[in-house]
Design a binder for this molecule. Structure first.
Ligand code: SF4
Length: 338
């Protein structure tokens, strides 16, 4: 165990964790909502530092990030645990662990080992993903600093529930983020996720202000967040508060974890969401988790020229020239687009 960052000490050995918007006040001998951070005699510890329960080399498109060094590889790591308790979690077997022994059971890998492995395997970046990087902040922070020294980029794939203090601290080392905007109704966040909507919206705006490359993902779940007015609210927020050039990934739901009784999202619903996103002014909308590869291509928002052709998570062709459309010449939003 390692002493946590970003917490305050109170009287009677109580502490308050300032890592995520839950801001848990934790009594001695107790853990926070994530179960990952525990108060031992007035000191807050993280149980998952160095516990890399998952390590894979993924295409960066799988995060998903479509406008950040397309076609590159991301060395992807996770520790056990999460600060959300989504009943539809796709990675529940590693994110929803509450037992102390299981949380501390991941294979050990130091930040130095992670950075070295990423470099040796030809990865462009390290992605902190699969579970929630906020709850393994200390591990990701130490790794991210070493990654930058080695010339690697850092990516968070996150639920967006981190505090502004945390974002300010990781900012010098964080190059790109994909945030899940899981719904646009606070009651949905409270009922099936165990969190609130507003802190996620605040994080999205803060990430944009900090100048970190941002893409947004919304999993569309039948009967939960597939109402046209809610989808319009999501798309309108992304376009008006974050910018028309922020890529929006509309993702297809498949039954999982405690939500096996809900059917997969119909393709028509995803197409309807895309049409709404276009009406709201978004320039880059992608449909994920389907077999229709045309929905993954990048087209010029001005002249409709095919810029990046994708197959599954691979790049078939990248026509972008020096970051611009080769046909009409407008600059295409993104980082390392070629
Ligand atoms: S990371 Fe969030 S859930 Fe975990 S202890 Fe801190 S404030 Fe609570």
């Amino acid at each position: 165990m390692k002493e946590a960052l970003l917490y305050q000490k109170y009287d009677k050995n109580k502490v308050r964790c300032d890592l995520c918007a839950h801001r848990c006040v934790i009594h001695p001998g107790k853990a926070g909502i994530c179960m990952v951070r525990e108060n031992i005699n007035g000191i807050l510890y993280t149980k998952v530092y160095g516990r890399s329960i998952a390590r894979h080399i993924d295409p960066v498109e799988k995060k998903p990030l479509y406008h950040f060094y397309p076609g590159s590889k991301a060395y992807s790591i996770a520790t056990p645990g999460c600060n959300f308790h989504c009943i539809f979690c796709q990675n529940w077997d590693i994110s929803q662990l509450t037992n102390s022994e299981l949380l501390e059971s991941g294979p050990e890998a130091t930040p130095e080992q992670i950075a070295r492995n990423a470099e040796q395997t030809g990865c462009k970046s390290i992605a902190y993903t699969y579970t929630e990087p906020t709850i393994f902040f200390e591990y990701s922070y130490d790794t991210a600093r070493l990654a930058h020294e080695a010339g690697l980029k850092n990516i968070y794939v996150s639920n967006g529930y981190m505090t502004h203090e945390m974002l300010d601290m990781i900012r010098p080392y964080l190059d790109a983020v994909n945030i899940d905007l899981k719904a646009f109704r606070d009651k949905t966040y409270r009922r099936i996720i165990g969190a609130r909507l507003q802190p996620v919206l605040d994080s999205l705006k803060k990430i944009k202000q900090l100048g970190i490359w941002l893409e947004v993902t919304s999993l569309i779940i039948p009967g939960i967040n597939d109402d046209t007015s809610e989808i319009r609210d999501m798309a309108n927020f992304v376009a008006s508060e974050l910018g028309a050039d922020v890529p929006w990934h509309i993702s297809r739901f498949f039954p999982a974890y405690k939500m096996k009784d809900v059917p997969q999202t119909p393709i028509q619903t995803l197409r309807m969401a895309k049409a709404i996103g276009i009406e709201e002014g978004l320039n880059f909308i992608y449909i994920g988790n389907t077999s229709n590869t045309g929905d993954m291509n990048t087209k010029c928002p001005q002249c409709d020229y095919l810029l990046i052709e994708r197959l599954n998570f691979g790049i078939l062709k990248n026509n972008i020239k020096d970051g611009h459309c080769p046909k009409c010449g407008i600059k295409i939003a993104g980082v390392g687009l070629y």
